[in-house]
Design a protein around this ligand. Sequence first.
Ligand code: NAD
Ligand code: DAU
Length: 336
Amino acid sequence: MQTLIVTGAAGFIGSNFVRYMLQKYPDYRIIVLDALTYAGNLDNLKDVWSNPNFTFIKGDIRDAAIVNNLAQNADAIINFAAETHVDRSIIEPGAFLQTDVAGTWVLLEAARQHNLDRILHISTDEVYGSIDVGSFQETDILEPSSPYSASKAGAEHMVGAYHKTYGVPTIVTRGSNNFGPYHYPEKLIPLFITNLIDDQPVPVYGDGQQVRDWMYVLDHCAGIDIALHHGQPGQTYNVGGGNERANMDVVKLILHALNKPDSLIRYVTDRPGHDRRYSIDCSKIAALGYKPGATFEDRIAETVQWYVSNQDWWRAIKEKQRDYKDFMQKWYADRQ
Ligand code: NAD
Ligand code: DAU
C-alpha cells in the first residue's frame, strides 16, 4: 500500500484530489496535513471522513516536527498547501512568503531526510507571467507579477534546487485556473455565482477582457495523478483546461445560466499588476495520457448547479468572510 501525505487538502483542489484518489486507488492510505486557515474547511472532506484509509492531521507545513513525524512512514508528499488568492497577496504578501516558500522548503527537507519516493509540488501557470500571443512551455523563464505568483515561483526554484543538489525525486505541475465544487467564494467563478444567486452585483476588474485558461478541478486531479505515477523526477508539467476565455465571456455564461440581467455587472478599479492573458502548452503532459473531459460550457452549467444545490456550504463561508469583503471593498474604493 502507498502512503501519501497530501498537504492543504481541506481547501478546494486538495479536497477534490483526496476524494478522487480514494475512489481510484482503494489501497492507498491518505494522510491530510492542513493548518485550517480561512480557506481550509473540514466540510470539504465530510464524505471521506469515515474512510479507513483517510487520516486528517491539523498542522502547519512549516512545523518541521509534525512534517518529519508523518514523513517517517510515508512514500510521497503532494503539496497543495498555500496561500492562494492574488488579491490577498497584494494587500498582505507576508503570509504568502511564509507558507508558499518557507513551508515548501520544510516539506522538501523532510522528503530528503526520509528518502521519500516522490514529492509532487502543485504550482501554477501564474509563475510565467502574462503572454500576449502563443503559449508558455515548461522551459520558458518565470516572470511572476504578483506577490502570490512570485512566492509560487520562489517555491519552484527551491524544488529545483533540491532535485539538482540532493537528488530529491521532485515533480512540479503548473495548473491553470481551476473551477468546480468546493471553490472558495472569493475567486471569480464561485464569487460571481453566489452573488448572482442572491441578486447581488458582481465586480469586474478593469475592462474584463483578461484571459484565463479554465480547467475543471477533476481534470486537474487527473493530470496530477498522471504526473505522480508517470512523470519523471526533476521534471515540470503544465496542466491546463484548453479553455481560454475572456473574463467577461465567463461572466456572461454565468449570468445566462442563472437567468440574471447584465445590469448586475459593475466595472471596478483594476487589480494592480493584473496579468492580461495566461496560456500554457500542455503537450508534455498530454504525451503521458492527459486529456481534459467535458466542455467548458457543460462544466460551468454543472458548477452553477452545484452552488445552487449546496447553499449551506457557501453561505456559512460568506457569513464568516463578511469582514474581509468589507475591507476589500474599502481598499478598492480608496484607490478609485
Ligand atoms: P485553497 O486556498 O482553496 O486551499 C489552500 C489550503 O491550504 C487550505 O486548506 C489551507 O488551510 C491550507 N494551508 C494554507 N497554509 C497552510 C500551512 N501553512 N500549512 C498547512 N496548510 C495550509 O487553495 P486551492 O485553490 O485549492 O489551491 C491549492 C494549490 O493549487 C495551491 O498550491 C495553489 O497555488 C495551486 N493552484 C491553484 C489553482 C486554482 O485555480 N485554484 C490553479 C493552479 C494551482
Ligand atoms: O492561473 C492559476 C491561478 O488562478 C491560481 O494559481 C490561483 O491560486 C487562483 O486564485 C487563480 O488566480 P486568478 O487571479 O487568475 O483567479 P481569480 O479568480 O482571483 O481571478 C480570475 C480573473 O477574474 C482575474 O483576471 C481577475 C478577475 N476578477 C477576479 C475577482 C475575484 C474580477 O474581475 N473580479 C473579481 O472579483
